[in-house]
Design a protein around this ligand. Structure first.
Ligand SMILES: *[C@@H]1O[C@H](CO)[C@@H](O)[C@H](O)[C@H]1NC(C)=O
Ligand SMILES: *[C@@H]1O[C@H](CO)[C@@H](O)[C@H](O)[C@H]1NC(C)=O
Ligand SMILES: *[C@@H]1O[C@H](CO)[C@@H](O)[C@H](O)[C@H]1NC(C)=O
Length: 807
């Protein structure tokens, strides 16, 4: 019995094993991108379209005879689900399939064939409609400078299907005016819930989130949008105004478009919708004027036009010189007008070399260059870029036809998408634009890019070789489809201008150069690494420009001294009697230590002006012995080695808050005060009758801002020679109201400066007021330094005065 069963079970297992093995092999050798037949750089529409196409042909419903059909389909579905989600795609790109194994479970369930055929990615074949998903919604809509009209729908809702042709029609009619998009809430229900969608279809106009409740006809929806854009053609209803408009030198510096209509019902001239779209498209470039010939103050016959559209390039001052456009369609009119505008300068290998040679020497103007593939530049999509010169008057515009300069585009500049825009900046940096290519997006990019001359886009020919060019480099490893990466781009650019100097900033697209990023140990996007010459320092803070810039500056000039077993004794224990050390004993793996690190650096920076206070840190992982010797039992341990050298006290911080300001207050409160407490009995004698300069802080003990300010005041006292050049005092106005009343104090804290008496008379108790709302130590010190120079008393027993006399 037993002997009989075993072989059967064995065969069964063998069979299972074979199937598993083939499936495994299938998975192992197939890259998800290859499986779907898309490029590594594919966007979500391309991925969805590719999946839909394969899903329809390989669906098990359509392949009942193939025993592997189901597994193949599930593999396909898994590839799609992983690549469509920015998080899992990131993991997959970085670590391959192993990176997502644990976190991601693709369900074994799938929809029937009909679903994939009819309900899935239904707008992907309409170029005018953009399908948005959770991974690109924010980047496209929230960061956009354009209007987006979005249909949130569910494939299960019949109204949604019924209105689909109208939505397509609307998208065509608003083409090149605003963006028309769709979100499938069945696929992206989290996004829809976040956007507050409670019924299908919901039609919402962004950025203001105006909901549309009217009839869902193309006309009504279009009118709704146009009223919101509120860009109307200028209406001219008087012959003199018409003449003035033509002659007005200021207006004539830009081209004019005149639309003559017999009356408001004239169907032989462009409709108000077309006029309004034209004035929106040409805002700031071509002035659009509408002439209503039915108005009694105008006689259109005098102009020779009744129902006509006339374009006047700048410089022509009579209507007869204008170009008549025989079309009622706004897009055709716009195309003809754009065709009249000058083309961008065509750039090839040789001219680009000349341009770059000049830029390398910091000469000439910055350039914006766009790379295209097509020969035909008369399409609207290309023509619209002729608006750029007017919008970017200080930047030269160039065009590279990659069909003619293939090597230049592909080998030298690694162009993979068309059109691509890049700035060629003074100083020599080249920055490629990442993101949308609408005119407003390109303009925004160019304007910001040229203000960041230290930032450039890296590629395999410049990275990693640039790291050896003698400059420190900050590199942003990113992927264009990752929303945090896109949010970082402007911050990173701003950080590059904040840091400036010799530090260079570069960004490397890891979706294209995957292996290169992997070999530099990049584990997530975005990753910022600062190569301080050859040593890499990974950035762990928030992705905001100021923090990034501070991080770079801290690495370049570390404010915190690295303490080790070799220098601890000489620097800290045997410190001079006037010096203080603040030491952070940390372990690199401890969370609170990691949080403390930037605060510790900022504390060190704040204390920078106090030359007798030093800030250091000990890494207890590498300095285990040192930490054991000093009895460090928990991390982080913060200690203060106060004045007095070897015999000085050691105080351990046991406060709860570990931010720089709390730590600074702790320091100040632990040290002997440098501020005299004065009252009725000594104020007049010590301050008003003295020839020494004094600065006085009038406060009330229970006032919060007074307590905050007291720390700043104390630090200013310590910073300004600890009371030798001038003296610091405080007066408690609750205890000594007379002193405060005499000084005319009306609010707390109030600060007054007394330069010292000259001659026999007392000084006025009013003094010189400190009027600065910021009330920070640096403001106070700056104010006092100025006063010490401008109000030096003449009394000869004053040290300041005598030392200045010697000079
Ligand atoms: C209109 O102005 C353009 C550019 O200044 C010029 O080339 C053209 O000849 C002018 N047309 C007429 C009819 O004056
Ligand atoms: C590139 O140029 C050739 C001829 O010069 C043309 O046949 C081809 O269509 C062009 N390619 C594109 C994408 O325009
Ligand atoms: C970075 O490099 C500079 C110059 O070589 C050096 O002074 C500084 O200490 C380095 N920073 C760190 C954190 O090593």
């Amino acid at each position: 019995m037993v002997l009989c069963v075993l072989p059967a079970v064995g065969r069964f297992f063998l069979l299972i094993f074979l199937i598993v093995a083939t499936v495994k092999q299938f998975n192992a050798e197939k890259d998800f991108y290859e499986l779907l037949g898309v490029e590594k750089t594919a966007d979500s529409r391309e991925i969805r379209k590719a999946f839909k196409k394969l899903a329809i042909t390989t669906h098990p419903d359509k392949n009942p005879d193939d025993p592997l059909a189901q597994q193949k389909f599930l593999d396909l579905k898994q590839a799609y689900e992983i690549l469509k989600d920015q998080e899992t795609r990131k993991q997959y790109d970085l670590h391959g399939e192993n990176g997502i194994k644990d976190g991601f479970k693709s369900s074994k369930e799938y929809q029937n064939w009909n679903f994939y055929k009819n309900h899935f990615g239904i707008y992907d074949d309409d170029p005018e409609i953009i399908t948005l998903s959770a991974s690109d919604f924010e980047q496209n809509v929230k960061n956009s400078m354009e209007y987006w009209f979005i249909k949130f729908y569910s494939p299960m809702c019949s109204h949604c299907h019924v209105m689909s042709p109208n939505w397509r029609q609307l998208a065509l009619e608003l083409n090149a005016v605003i963006k028309v998009a769709a979100v499938n809430c069945e696929e992206d229900w989290v996004l829809c819930r976040k956007e507050g969608i409670s019924s299908y279809p919901s039609l919402v106009l962004y950025p203001n989130k105006d909901k549309y409740y009217g009839e869902r006809t193309p006309e009504d929806m279009q009118n709704f949008v146009l009223h919101k854009l509120s860009s109307q053609a200028t209406e001219i209803s008087n012959y003199n105004i018409l003449k003035d408009t033509l002659e007005d030198e200021i207006i004539r510096s830009s081209p004019l478009l005149f639309i003559f209509c017999k009356d408001s019902d004239d169907t032989n001239c462009p409709s108000w919708q077309s006029r309004s779209k034209l004035s929106y498209i040409f805002d700031g470039l071509v002035a659009v004027a509408y002439v209503d010939c039915s108005s009694k103050d105008i006689s259109c016959s005098k102009t020779g036009f009744q129902s006509a559209t006339v374009y006047l390039p700048s410089g022509n001052s009579t209507l007869q010189a204008g170009i008549e456009i025989h079309s009622l369609n706004y897009l055709e009119i716009a195309t003809q007008i754009l065709g009249q505008l000058p083309e961008a300068e065509l750039v090839d290998e040789e001219s680009l070399e000349n341009i770059r040679a000049k830029l390398n020497e910091d000469l000439g103007q910055d350039w914006l260059i766009y790379f295209t593939e097509s020969q035909d530049s008369s399409r609207f999509t290309d023509l619209q870029y002729r608006r750029l010169p007017a919008l970017l008057p200080h930047i030269k515009l160039g065009h590279i036809n990659c069909n003619m300069s293939e090597e230049l585009c592909k080998e030298k500049h690694y162009i993979t998408k068309y059109p691509t825009f890049a700035t060629f900046k003074r100083g020599g940096a080249v920055e490629m634009h990442v993101g949308g290519v609408s005119v407003s997006e390109v303009v925004n990019f160019a304007r910001n890019s040229i203000w960041a001359p230290n930032l450039e886009t890296l590629n395999p020919s410049s990275f990693p070789s640039c790291l050896k060019d003698g400059h420190p480099w900050v590199v942003d490893f990113y992927a264009p489809w990752c929303p945090p990466c896109m949010r970082l781009i402007p911050e990173f650019r701003r950080a590059s201008s904040l840091v400036g100097g010799i530090v260079k900033f570069g960004s490397l697209d890891c979706s294209v150069y995957r292996d290169l990023c992997a070999s530099y140990d990049v584990r997530s996007y975005p990753t910022i690494i600062f190569y301080n010459y050859s040593t890499p320092h990974a950035y762990t803070g928030q992705f905001v420009s100021r923090d990034i810039a501070t991080f770079v500056e801290d690495v370049l000039r570390p404010p915190v001294v690295d303490l080790t077993i070799d220098n601890f004794e000489s620097l800290v224990l045997n410190r001079p009697v006037t010096e203080i050390w603040l030491v952070d004993f940390f372990a690199s793996w401890c969370g609170p230590c990691i949080q403390l690190a930037p605060q510790w650096r900022s504390l060190a920076r704040m204390l920078g002006p106090l030359t007798n206070i030093n800030v250091g840190s000990v890494d207890c992982v590498t300095q285990e012995l040192l930490c054991t010797q000093h009895n460090i039992r928990s991390y982080p341990t913060i200690r203060m080695y106060v004045m007095g050298g070897r015999s000085g006290e050691i105080i351990t911080y046991n406060g709860f808050q570990r931010d720089a300001y709390s730590l600074r207050s702790w320091l100040v409160n632990s040290l002997p005060s440098s501020v005299y407490a004065l009252g009725d009995y000594n104020f007049a004698d010590l301050v008003l009758r003295s020839s020494t300069p004094w600065v006085v802080d009038y406060y009330a003990p229970l006032c919060g801002p007074c307590q905050v300010f007291a720390v700043e005041f104390e630090l200013a006292a310590k910073q300004l020679d600890d009371g030798r050049r001038l003296k610091f005092a405080k007066v408690n106005c609750d205890s000594f109201p007379n002193v405060c009343r005499n000084a005319g104090v009306q609010s707390y804290p109030t600060v007054r400066y007394y330069p010292g008496k000259t001659g026999w008379a007392h000084q006025s108790p009013f003094g010189i007021p400190f009027v600065n709302d910021r009330r920070k130590v640096e403001d106070l010190v700056e104010w006092l330094e100025e006063l010490l120079v401008s109000h030096s008393p003449s009394a000869s027993d004053n040290k300041v005065a005598s030392s200045r006399d010697e000079l």
